[in-house]
Design a protein around this ligand. Sequence first.
Ligand code: NOJ
Length: 994
Amino acid sequence: MIVSKPKSAPRWTTSVCLLAALCCVFIPAAAVKHENFKTCDQSGFCKRNRQFADDVIASSTVSPYALDPASITFKDGQLSGVVLKTLADGDKVQLPLTVTFLESGVARVTLDEEKRAKGQIELRHGSKARKERYNETGKWALVGGLRPSTGAALGADAEQGHTNVFYGKGGKQQAIIRHQPFAIEFQKDGETHVKFNEQGLLNMEHWRAKVEKQQEEKKEDGEESKDSEKKIEEKTEDESTWWEEKFGGNTDTKPKGPEAVGLDISFPGYEHVFGIPEHAARLSLKTTRGGDDAFTEPYRLYNADVFEYELDSPMTLYGAIPLMQAHRKGSTVGVFWLNAAETWIDITKTKKSANPFARSKSNTDTHTHWVSESGLLDVFVFLGPTPQDLTRQYGELTGYTAMPQSFAIAYHQCRWNYVSDDDVKDVDRKFDKFNIPFDVIWLDIEYTQEKKYFTWDPLTFDDPIDMLEQLDKHKRKLVTIIDPHIKNTNDYHVIDELKKQDFAVMNKDAEQFEGWCWPGSSMWVDCFNPAAITWWKSLFKYDSFKGTAHNTFIWNDMNEPSVFNGPETTMPKDNLHYENWEHRDVHNLNGMTFHNATYQAMVERKKGELRRPFVLTRSFYSGSQRSAAMWTGDNLSQWSHLGASIPMVLNQGISGFPFAGADVGGFFGNPSKELLTRWYQAGIYYPFFRGHAHIDTRRREPYLAGSPYTEIITQALRLRYQLLPAWYTAFHEASTTGAPIIRPNFYVHPEDERGFAVDDQLYIGSTGLLAKPVTQEGADSVSVYIADEQPYYDYFDYTTYKGAGHHTVQAPLEKIPLLMQGGHVIPRRDRPRRSSGLMKYDPFTLVVVLDNDGNASGSIYLDDGETFDYEQGAFIHRHFSFDGKRNALTSSNLVTAVRSVKCESYLKTMDKVRVEKIIVVGAPSTWKDKEEVIVMEEGTKESKRRKPVPLEYHASQGKKAAWAVIRDPKVGITRGWKIDFGSGSAHVHHGHEH
Ligand code: NOJ
């Protein structure tokens, strides 16, 4: 089949430009092309369900869904039954229901559809599409947490009309399952927090037989139609998009007809809802149907390559995580809508009159309305009570962030494109010349021979191994891009194998689908197919992908998938995947199946060389965190995009996929030097930190900016490198508890109502480091919001900020606003190096930041930063604690690792690594005449056990807090020790003197 060139080539398709033998001049465009993407009104099922919602709410219609009491059974933590949907003609559709109460305290509700009498769901003649509702989203997204609770029990005093189940810790949670109309209320401590179908918007569009046009015409002629009775119940519905839908010149055939699932989910007493990335929008989600500053469209989840996306918008972007959390003082609850089809979410809020007795409850109820195009209704309900519980429970289900190699959290230098291996080597040398640290350099699509992945352009990259060797000298890495579209051309083994083995996604007629992407005509590998995954893995072996080595890693882009000539720049929904599931059913999973396959390929690429893979993905779904990092795609070099990146990356964090970042400098356009500098100063706080730029932009490696910008950017990069131990520890926490790496105010201070909507500043892990990036042009100060009464100290000069509320922090260009909350011990490495790999055995500095009571604590997690040996105990996890009453700082083991062989040999490699400096910020004035401290280290010889080490005290000056420093206390990072600061309680008069 021959696919014609797209009618209007996207403006960023360089290949298309080259085909036209034109020079591609980048023209910064004003805005996203709205006409390329559907509004709710243009998406049949969304329009139908919004209309349905309006009708139901306007007419107070009773929901036609009822749980048949006779069908209810309860066994082993699971309630089963049948929900009956009564149609207008009295006919009933059977919807099997399960409500499973999980050990974790989470409840899961699924509603399926019973296959009806055969003829009724006969598909379009000859269609190959599967005739069931897609029920495998969980297979891709879920990895655990599904054990049913043994303690869940039916309520003994269940009144008629509903069934109660008590579950969760101590049976303090309750699900009240109402029979008619079918609805569920989820309670904790006797109060309702989440309600299903309160508004009556539950809508399972049941399968039905297609009434052929001819029949309708006949009917008009006065002839009796066999289906006339059936038509009565359907005639009031809008059928225009049931069997076919057109958009932008594409026709979506729908062999299965309408099959959307919709439900309203309310959060009574909750004013703030967060989550459902990816959108370029504020963290606290806006209403979408009226209200102050509301959106007019629902939030959409339909992974797509949105060119020049707009800000402050509910439009879809590249990835989807259908997890929403509702937060108020004292409680966080949430829902996870496990469905991978196109999904829209409306949000409304209703205000009640103030209730002076409700202390924690807000007077606002938030109502949400979820609609997906196909598949099951499958929803998890979390009752918290804290934001930490929610991220942990969601992580139990979908997996925690994979612990990355240590290089992956350092700085990545990318552009489209480094044009040759000499170019790469030159950039590598220039970074060294200017003493700027970096760990990874990236190759975009131009490194390939004519966009054929797994090949190198022989003219420009004739010796990739030599290039990799040069990088390896400073422990640097290379990332090369591999996209899912495979060039459809002759003499290319990858396409030959793809075709021969039938591993490509198929079109609706079950022929290999052909579309248009960077290489021109292309086919897409179908990673839903296990055999295709096995084949995909083989392509990454060193003897297959020649020119790669142990320091080569992979970038998976365009995996929404982006199809330039497809509807909404993606694949037709009636395309078919493995086992004949329609693309419509699995669209939002597509990107994840691809980067998962790449991850597996990296694990297996060489026998005996097991390293943690690094894969960057643009498209994602719930579970992507297990195998990839993400970035926010093609942003613009504009101040507003710099600002928007902070809530976007924060949202990824609270939604279980925290290894996230945005293109530093902005992808499209040329940033001013000031913007570039500020972007680096902000980018150091992205968990994934990469500079990237479009092919038509000017070069902007940090050393090109010139004085003073280069020096200022270098300082920012050094700050990231200095704090890598703190970042690595935060990643470890994410990988074991699901906690975000950078955290919004509400997550750290869940009781502080004033800060719930704050989304322009962030906390790094559990370190107490609070950063407020400058995102305004010309700004020389920022207003930092402080949530509590602890002292906050400027990271650089210890200026003290105290008292809940806003504080002005000076931020001239060379200054990065970064505060340290009292109460933490922050681990750092202060020696500037060329790459993180070269810091592996560097000594540590501990910054002890005292709180109001003179106490502080913190931790450090370390492992070899490369292998999976940490899974066998090869790690160091220490707890540092400064006790203000006893005036002592201790280092103790946080987790006692199994002293495995791997553990012993790792500890040996770290044996000589020491703490070279301890800084105490907010040092008590009682220390001012102190000259030394006593250091005791475990495991050292008796004679060395107690040794005095000098203490240097710096009195406070004005607002600048007093601080003390101990140089080279000669204590190891692997051992326990104690530093005795002698008599004089630390909690007396710490901080600045008046
Ligand atoms: C789109 C990606 O978002 C961008 O980062 C990349 O440079 C281009 N594709 C070219 O591969």
